[in-house]
Design a protein around this ligand. Structure first.
Ligand code: CAO
Length: 565
């Protein structure tokens, strides 16, 4: 059975605007589930389904003006409910909204009306809230001594279905606030006493007066009280936020803490009750959330996105580091995109690299090693390599040379302790080398590389690289490295600055060797030069040490006979 859901009685307000659709055709909804949110200039409220069932259609759109009794949706009622139902119509089941949308005021009027201007203390009381239950004060936007304009917000109350802003209604100064946040209120509860303009007596200063507040233009006191309820007009929150008021223009501070009161009261928050409830449950401060809804209204998705962003902040910037987050951009706005999740290895690598980059001050030292003789020697080994079913590349020689250089410069085969008070000099030489695999970058480690000869190193490189590409590296194959090498020589490039594989303190980048003219003292000669880049942790190593390390390494590679000494 299909039932039509209508806008409930909205009191003497003629029209309200649909500002949010909370469900879509096909959704299963419960009795209390909101279908839409409607809003006047002072209150927003949810219209619940009133019946459990399947939503067949929503017959209004965002921006539509709707009125009491207007059909907003059709629900296919669950059969179980029909059986149990004695027959009230769907419309009757809809939660009635708070009737008037402006605060009631009553005045303790200074009767000497012809002697203008006169001081008038107006009592702002809770308006008729229909059948709304459990109405509590959720935000106080003013305190005693504040000056307010007629449209300025005094406080926000919230029922189980709606939140309502209570405006001042008249310009003046706050004499007293009679309620506190969390307090339950009913119709006619005295909320605030407001001294309207024209009052010559000094302000009460339970809280500091707003020193910088621009004086309201002098206006004679309204002779009549209570103030007439405000007509329903659209009032964009952006406008009201921008409008100068005593509260927000002067940025009042709490007398005891100096804290910004405007921010903590959430006076500029523009969100419905369900969103406020969700925010409270998740511990989200709505003043921090940017609204994506109509005219900047905060919707549930904004709160969820805020939580998600906060949780992923660790990956995108170091927590508490003050590093600004990278913006989240919808690239699909500019053209077609494809979303491909990072492999597990790539995601883990991204985290490690980011951590190292943020924690370790990197400096990179560059040097070209003359490997003409090394390359000549290597080419003589190719036949033997074939027989051994091995590939012999410059990398084996570079690893060997690095072990020698590390022995000569122990600070490079080290880590810093957590307090950055001690070097941990390692007495073993476990060399990691970066392997490019389809799943991402991995760094297997050759243990005790210093004890290996060139053939043994070539075998280790081949075996570990193959294991890496087949995804068969064990965790142990990647642990315990003391120094790393990243070789892009087979691919190309003239140099790059590798990121240190922390907690190691240095990494060697190897680019593609090339013939270069080198001055030999009397003429330029063509030599095979290997570009090397050493990134080091400047907390552990200073520039002179890095320079010396690179000179040693270049000398070893230029004259490989030294590797046998
Ligand atoms: N200059 C010129 N040629 C080089 C060279 C260099 N610096 N280094 C290697 N080559 C040559 C080799 O000699 C070989 O040619 P020959 O077969 O004619 O001798 C060819 O390039 C291919 O070498 P290779 O890549 O198979 O072997 P390798 O030992 O040089 O490297 C490995 C092994 C596993 C390190 C490599 O395959 C690899 O994965 N490199 C990528 C590392 C990487 O991604 N680093 C970036 C990390 S930071 O993002």
């Amino acid at each position: 059975m299909i039932e039509e859901i209508q806008i409930p009685d909205i009191g003497d307000v003629e029209h309200v605007e649909v500002i949010e659709l909370c469900a879509a055709p096909g959704d299963e909804v419960g009795v209390d589930d909101a279908l839409i949110v409607i809003e006047s200039d002072k209150a927003s409220m949810e219209v619940p389904a009133g019946r459990a069932g399947k939503l067949v259609a929503i017959t209004v759109a965002i921006g539509d003006e709707v009125t009491t009794g207007q059909v907003i949706a059709q629900i296919e009622i669950n059969t179980g409910e029909i059986a149990a139902d004695a027959g009230p119509s769907a419309a009757a089941a809809v939660e009635p909204v708070a009737e008037p949308l402006a605060a009631k005021s009553s005045g303790a009027v200074d009767e000497s009306a012809d002697e203008a201007p006169a001081a008038v203390d107006v009592e702002v009381r809770m308006p008729d809230i229909g059948e709304a239950k459990d109405v509590v004060v959720i935000e106080l936007a003013v305190s005693a001594g504040d000056r307010v304009g007629a449209d300025d917000l005094l406080l926000v109350v919230e029922s189980d279905k709606a939140s309502m802003e209570i405006p001042a209604g008249k310009p003046g100064s706050i004499v007293a606030v009679h309620v506190t946040v969390g307090e339950e209120v009913a119709e006619d509860t005295l909320l605030v006493t407001l001294r309207t303009e024209g009052d010559a007596t000094p302000l009460m200063t339970a809280a500091p007066p707003v020193a910088a507040a621009p004086a309201e233009p002098e206006a004679p006191a309204e002779p009549e009280a209570p103030a007439a309820p405000e007509p329903i007009e659209r009032r964009a929150p952006a406008e009201s936020a921008a409008a100068p008021s005593a509260v927000d223009s002067a940025e009042p501070t709490d007398a005891s803490t100096g804290a910004n009161v405007a921010a903590s009261t959430g006076a500029q928050v523009y969100a419905g009750p369900a969103v406020r409830r969700l925010a409270r449950e998740l511990g989200v401060d709505l003043t921090q959330v940017e609204g994506s809804g109509n005219r900047g209204r905060i919707v549930k998705d904004d709160v969820k996105a805020f939580v998600k962003t906060s949780l992923t902040t660790n990956l995108r910037s170091a927590p508490g580091s003050g590093i600004p987050r990278l913006p989240e951009i919808d690239f699909a706005k500019f053209g077609p995109v494809q979303i491909v999740p990072l492999s597990r290895i790539r995601a883990a690598g991204a985290l490690n690299l980011h951590r190292s980059w943020l924690n370790v001050p990197h400096v990179t030292q560059h040097e070209d090693a003359d490997v003409t003789e090394l390359e000549a020697f290597r080419s003589t080994l190719k036949d033997e390599a074939l027989k051994r079913e091995l590939k012999i590349t410059p990398l084996a020689f570079i690893i060997k040379a690095c072990c020698y250089a590390l022995q000569a410069h122990p600070a490079f085969n080290a880590s810093l302790d957590a307090e950055v008070k001690n070097f941990i000099l390692k007495q073993y030489y476990h060399i990691g080398f970066a392997v490019d695999t389809e799943a991402g970058l991995v760094v297997p480690v050759i243990r005790d590389a210093d004890r290996m000869g060139i053939w043994e190193l070539s075998q280790a490189i081949t075996d570990l690289a193959e294991k890496a590409r087949l995804g068969k590296l064990a965790m142990n194959d990647m642990l315990g490295g003391t120094f790393s090498i990243s070789s892009l020589g087979a691919i190309g490039g003239t140099g790059f600055t590798p990121i240190i594989n922390a907690p190691e303190v240095a990494i060697l980048g190897v680019a593609r060797l090339a013939y270069k003219p080198v001055w030999d003292g009397s003429e330029f000669v063509s030599r095979k030069m290997l570009p090397l880049s050493l990134s080091y942790d400047h907390r552990a190593i200073n520039g002179a040490e890095a320079g010396r390390f690179m000179v040693t390494l270049a000398e070893l590679l230029s004259d490989i006979r030294r590797l046998s000494l």
